[in-house]
Ligand binder design. Sequence first.
Ligand code: NAD
Length: 482
Amino acid sequence: MNLQDVQKICVAGEWRPGGGDVYATLYPATGETVSTLRAASLADVAEAIEGADRAFRTSGWAQRKPHERAAVLYRVAQLIRERGEELAQLQRLDNGKPISETRNLVASAAGTFQFFAAACETLEETIAPARGDFLSMSVYEPMGVVAAITPWNSPIASEAQKMAPALAAGNAVVVKPAEVTPLLALELARICEQAGVPRGLISVLPGKGSVIGDAITLHPLVRRVSFTGGTTTGKHIAHIAADKMMPVSLELGGKSPTIVFDDADLDHAVAGVLYGIFSSSGESCIAGSRLFVAHGIYDAFLERLAAGAAALRVGDPADEKTQMGPLITARHRDSIESYVALGVSEGGRLRTGGARPLGAQFERGNYYLPTIIEGVRNTMRICQEEIFGPVLVAMPFSDEGDLVEQANDSVYALAAGIWTQDYKKAWRFARAVQAGNVWINTYKQFSIATPFGGWRDSGLGREKGRLGILQYMEQKSVYWGM
Ligand code: NAD
């Protein structure tokens, strides 16, 4: 990708500037222009989806043997790995995450393609024992054109999580990356084509979500939408899906509780809580943003936690040692600042952070310090609303029953963290906490083999897991008389 050129988008296999407005993507660390591109237009959306439908029906991709499709997807994984460092640097420019994190995201994208190649090869269809003079079979068919709509916080990993199973299942995919981070989705589409995915089967349409994303969701030829993003957008998509009787998966927001019991390994818990909230600058759906600490250790724990937060290396995402980079946009930082002001006006006390870092190197970037707010109640807005930034609210607890109630008192139910050395307590809380994902004595660890998703306002459906491929297929029962 030559970043000096106006970037081309991918419309039904044709690489060309979009028909929409020209816009620039900016490096969050300096505000400099990274790339210039023309967004997709509504005409591009129609052409991409009709082209995807045509490619689905005529390219023979869906009819290829599973091991043949798998071979192409293995090649995608290999090409991502071969270009790993280049892609990690591109993602750093795209969304300002530290290079140590973007390398992991690129590796995870390669692993996802490899995993779904294997899932495609090993998918079993069943023949049930006869219950009469017939055989019955359960088979799976691809859906046709599916859409992948992704946010800006983990490009390439988010796109891979949708594209890999969708392609493995035999579908065509129209990808709508976040407007501010389109580059990795475009590169991934190029890699897929290079690996042998038929042209036209993939389109990538950067642009405004409310225009381009909406048009994709509404299009009658789109049979499924896999969405990751905010809860408000997810609910809007769910309404359209209900009208179309279209399956959707919605990976949405969170306000995840992290619970530290007085018998926790405190070195481990301090490091884990810091990582859970401040990695990715807190711009993570699963950020452990609501901390509950056992009353007896609260003061000592907060002392260590605040010292750890203040010592985190905030800075240049290109520096290997950086632990926290800038926020995605100046506007997003404004929103975080207003949440911190709100928390303080609600009666919260700043324990650390609550400001932009000082120094010439921070002046042009969207930097903000790791922030901890105490003296809050779980019912306050600062404890209930997703901030999506490096802001942790901390509360002591003394009663376990009350703790479970508070942890579950949220519209969100995406993730939870538990720190204790008592395995029975860990299990009890893991079962009592309402969340799609629970980490015990660790946080933000993932396995592609394990399903991921949220409850309530955190979403619908699951991604990942070997059976994640079935989300992109329709089941059919066939009865065969003897
Ligand atoms: P967002 O909802 O604003 O945008 C997400 C995507 O949807 C973007 O591509 C956007 O252009 C598109 N979009 C916006 N309006 C649309 C519409 N009307 N129709 C169709 N598409 C539309 O979210 P964001 O600000 O990009 O991302 C942050 C949010 O994503 C946070 O709430 C975060 O928790 C959530 N998130 C969830 C997960 C998860 O797996 N649960 C992972 C990452 C991020």
